[in-house]
Write a protein that binds this ligand. Structure first.
Ligand SMILES: O=C(O)CCC(=O)C(=O)O
Length: 301
């Protein structure tokens, strides 16, 4: 075996030991009770830097002008509401572009989320997403039988439940959030409401046809939910770089805008059950093309 492979294997086992030390019966019970579980300092600095460097390279390749021109900014009559909606549904940070569509922040800070399939397209994200740490969480804590993985790099979000955005019947979504930087209240850490996973979401993102263009679009159903989420009792989930937070799909969580100058990035996997008795909804906004089906995750633990 090559020296680098031996080093990689021994680092991996240190990372796995870190997880196993924290994945106690009490932690599993607490996940069931509260709807979330925090694992501090799982990934080491080198592993995190590899992901961050790859992320930087990917952002560098994004053609900012092309992305912006798809936006409503090219239409003179675009209303403020249309622009707000555009930001809501797009990858741009809310304050990345001015009213004329000019980029007003550094390119590396312009995007709120990047990619939805990086775990199957990019070797660095693939290694992380299908690692033994992920598989241990998927099978031992989250109790998936045949997990189907989606991924994204993201930041600041309003209060939501992940089951609103990745639909199966019955609902089965759970999330693995990996902190690439340390996150505190000062730089926009995650917040969540313990026990909120006992209630289902109030609305769901569904794919629809845009009547004007005939193209595909998405909308929340119902548009105005009967109830609003309450974030009363929310607790900050402050984490180290390399920490993992596991989130039940009905766990209400959010994060505030990072107004500090301390970076706070995260990589998230959203997973649903793929076993035959569970239906992957046809109007789910994420649909895999026929030539790129979900990868099977082996339970070889
Ligand atoms: O990183 C964040 O602040 C939010 C991530 C999140 O809510 C999600 O991926 O579901």
């Amino acid at each position: 075996m090559k020296k680098s492979a031996i080093r990689e294997q021994s680092i991996m086992s240190i990372i796995e030991i870190q997880l196993m030390k924290q994945l106690t019966p009490q932690k599993i019970a607490q996940y069931k009770q509260d709807g979330y579980a925090v694992f501090q300092e799982i990934y080491d600095e080198d592993s995190i830097n590899e992901v961050k460097n790859r992320m930087r390279e990917i952002v560098e390749t994004i053609d900012v002008n092309k992305e912006r021109d798809i936006a409503v900014f090219s239409a003179d009559d675009a209303t403020q509401q249309q622009r707000d909606e555009y930001f809501l549904n797009s990858a741009w940070q809310k304050d990345a572009l001015d009213n004329d569509g000019n980029l007003i922040v550094p390119k590396q800070e312009a995007f709120n989320k990047v990619g939805h399939n990086m775990h199957d397209l990019d070797p660095v994200f693939e290694k992380l997403s299908y690692s033994k740490v992920s598989r241990t969480l998927l099978f031992k804590l989250m109790e998936f039988k045949q997990p189907l993985i989606n991924s994204r790099i993201g930041g600041e979000v309003d209060a939501h439940k992940d089951n609103s955005f990745l639909l199966t019947t019955p609902l089965t979504c759970q999330g693995i959030w990996l902190g690439l930087d340390s996150a505190s209240k000062d730089n926009g850490c995650l917040w969540g409401v313990p026990g909120s996973h006992r209630e289902k979401p109030f609305n769901y993102l569904r794919q629809a046809i845009n009547e004007k263009t005939g193209g595909k679009t998405t909308h929340m159903v119902p548009k105005v939910p009967e109830k609003q989420y309450s974030i009363e009792g929310a607790v900050p989930l402050e984490t180290s770089a390399g920490a993992i937070v596991v989130l039940h799909g009905n766990f209400l969580h959010f994060s505030h805008k990072n107004t500090s100058n301390i970076q706070r990035h995260a990589y998230t996997l959203h997973i649903v059950e793929g076993s035959p008795e569970i239906k992957y909804d046809e109007d789910n906004w994420i649909q895999r093309p026929a030539d790129m089906p979900f990868k099977r995750v082996e339970n070889d633990l």
